[in-house]
Design a protein around this ligand. Sequence first.
Ligand SMILES: [Zn+2]
Length: 208
Amino acid sequence: MVYRFSRCKVFMKKLLICFFLILILLLINTSTLAYTVDFPYGYEDYPAWIYCYSGFSSWTLQWMDSNCIQYSSCGCGSLLYSATPYLSNDAYTLGNNVNEVVHVYLDPLVADVDVLGITYMLAYVEPDGSFRSIAEADIGFNTYYPIGDATAYSNLYDVPSIGLHELGHLLGLGHSSNPSASMYGSFAAGETRRTLTQDDILGLCVMY
Ligand SMILES: [Zn+2]
């Protein structure tokens, strides 16, 4: 009897440990795994190539290049490459099969959107109207706001961070509720989020 009783106690302890483990896992899930995916099929053909406007500063062009390298070395496959030669025109055309990165000027009072950067998506659609894969995406840095190097000037919104975020949209990610993720939906002036987090990468690996 004593033996059976002690076995029972062990069993109960194991149950408790399991319960706590499940609780911890749930907490981790709600606090850190917060990505969303807008286009589960991503691109049918990837890596996707992005073409930046040649009039960007060499600093911006280098950052967009290293952002692409981050995406291609995150462990989900070769996802993004920056292309040369660059775009000669500071304008995007949705539907020309070129993923363009340019400046836009979007006054929130006029444009009906209040954004630091924007990604215009063109997707293949299923007969029932649901999105399938991405056909093309174009990115604009909004020059309505003061954008640049937030590590040098705390009044600026950080271009490398905005670029990394918009490239995530270009690949099909939605916004994350994790404030440290690149795909978190808002940025403060002076703030930088220049590195993909585990949350961003898990979302990418769902698609690719
Ligand atoms: Zn966004």
